[in-house]
Design a protein. Structure first.
Length: 467
């Protein structure tokens, strides 16, 4: 039974939610202010926390921060009143799982909570408790981005079909992982899953691997060897880097898929095969087709179902989940007892572009976990590759990069606006970087005096607490 903690000062709303969630089988505890909520949190150890943003004593953001310090992974969902979405978005940047605005639909909230708890259990590696069959199928995959959720749903929907699948996406976005997952949730799961990288093997060898050969088919063919299509019978074959397959093999593969049968190299008999083809590439396959390097007829056969993985920088909201997941993974692997990441570490991770996508994030965390002596991954042990692209500053939270074209017409109007934007950005960043420092100290960091700092904060309507 999942434990849910609800913190909100609107007593009626809290009671209605409690009744509804109890009907769904949750063990619910409630608090009407932040202080009681935090006390209860420590005793009750919930699987998920739902908290209001504005409360009389401690606000929701501080509740969130306090919870994250006790248990980094617990999903915290923010309830916001109409008009404070911006603050809720900031809370998500600080590690809240998601937010929902009042008035909300109970079923929508329930779905959000169920998903959040499932992700939490995956991160914790406690997947055997996952609430639904679909989620149980994704033991090693996390993500809450909308596109990623659509992909998870697609995988669940196609688990009973044998349609061919083409997976595209940049390097390190998770194509391999998706292919494996698809196999292991399909009805083919007890038959083999075979992977071959078409770019890594020379053409003749690839042909021999895939189709097999008869004894004496070529010099060196001392014995008959069944090909991978035969070995994978009843299962799935994953052809990685398909765009690099030679034209001759493309033709042969097309025939095999169309006729569902193959002939071994040097053989005469046809052998029928029953395999599902999953292919992948990080090239633009449509461009390969257009430029006639890839056969369009084969493309149509392979592209029956398409999964296109977004780049990591297009789903930055997944970074906290992934970072936490990898922290757990490498902490276990290195026999450490890491609890999570610090707020500054997350801010730093969020500022980076990830040309190497999820794999790069995984490597960064692995290194950090090894370097780290304490219980948390801190920003100091996170090493980002700032040599990439030359746009170093954009990725470094300690720098603000400015590139702008100011037209001469109304030049000073544009300049004033730019000046104000930069001023605001500097203030926000410094407040995020040193959330607990006095105005005096903050002003010293910025090289201005306290009075000036306070005037500027006021000018931009910035409130230390709310950030
Ligand atoms: N959503 C995810 N959740 C957890 N781990 C992930 C996720 N996506 C990718 N990974 C991990 O990131 C690493 C890279 O993923 P994978 O090898 O599947 O990428 P790829 O797209 O096949 O890369 P390449 O283009 O280089 O072949 C793997 O260790 C994988 O387990
Ligand atoms: Mg791969």
């Amino acid at each position: 039974m999942y434990k849910l903690l609800i913190i909100d000062d609107e007593k009626n709303l809290v009671n209605v939610m409690r009744i509804n969630f109890e009907k769904k089988g949750y063990n619910v505890r409630t608090a009407n202010n932040g202080t009681d909520g935090l006390e209860l949190f420590k005793k009750f150890l919930p699987n998920c926390v739902l908290t209001d943003l504005r409360m009389p004593d401690i606000n929701g953001v501080d509740v969130l921060k306090a919870i994250k310090r006790i248990d980094f992974d617990i999903p915290v969902i923010i309830i916001t009143a109409y008009g404070s979405v911006e603050k809720a978005v900031n809370a998500v940047k600080l590690g809240a799982y998601d937010f929902i605005s009042k008035p909300f639909d109970f079923e929508k909230l329930h779905k959000m909570i169920k998903e959040a708890i499932d992700m939490y259990l995956i991160v914790r590696n406690e997947k055997s408790y996952l609430s639904s069959a679909i989620e149980r199928a994704f033991p090693g995959m996390v993500g809450k981005n909308k596109k990623m959720k659509e992909i998870f749903n697609t995988i669940a929907d196609i688990s009973d079909s044998s349609a061919n699948i083409l997976i595209t996406g940049g390097s390190g976005t998770g194509k391999d992982l998706i292919a494996r997952t698809i196999h292991y949730v399909s009805k083919r799961k007890s038959a083999p899953f075979i992977v071959i990288n078409c770019a890594a093997v020379p053409e003749d060898l690839l042909e021999a691997e895939l189709f097999g050969y008869e004894k004496g088919a070529f010099t060196g063919a001392i014995n008959l060897k069944p090909g991978l299509f035969e070995v994978a019978n009843g299962g799935t074959i994953f052809l990685d880097e398909i765009a690099d397959m030679s034209p001759r093999l493309q033709a042969k593969l097309l025939t095999a898929i169309q006729n569902r049968e193959i002939r071994r190299v040097g053989g005469v008999i046809t052998i029928s095969i029953d395999v599902r083809f999953i292919t992948s590439t990080n090239k633009s396959i449509e461009k390969e087709v257009q430029e006639k390097r890839f056969r369009d007829d084969l493309y149509y056969r392979l592209n029956v179902i398409r999964i296109n993985l977004p780049l990591l920088r297009q789903r930055k909201e997944d970074i906290p989940l992934l970072a936490s997941f990898f922290t757990k993974k490498y902490s276990q692997k290195n026999e450490k007892k890491m609890k999570g990441l610090t707020e500054n570490a997350l801010t730093k991770l969020m500022s980076y572009n990830y040309p190497g996508n999820v794999r790069e994030l995984e490597n960064i965390i692995e290194k950090a976990v090894i370097l780290e002596k304490g219980e948390y991954v801190t920003e100091k042990s996170i090493e980002l590759d700032i040599s990439e692209y030359g746009a170093n500053h954009e990725r470094n939270p300690d720098f603000i990069s400015v590139r702008s074209n100011i037209p001469l017409e109304k030049g000073f109007e544009h300049f004033t606006k730019l000046y104000n934007d930069i001023e605001k950005e500097i203030l926000i960043r410094i407040l995020i970087k040193y959330p607990n420092e006095s105005n005096q100290k903050l002003a010293e960091h910025l090289g201005i005096n306290r009075r000036v700092l306070e005037l500027r904060l006021k000018k931009h309507n910035l409130n230390k607490k709310e950030l």
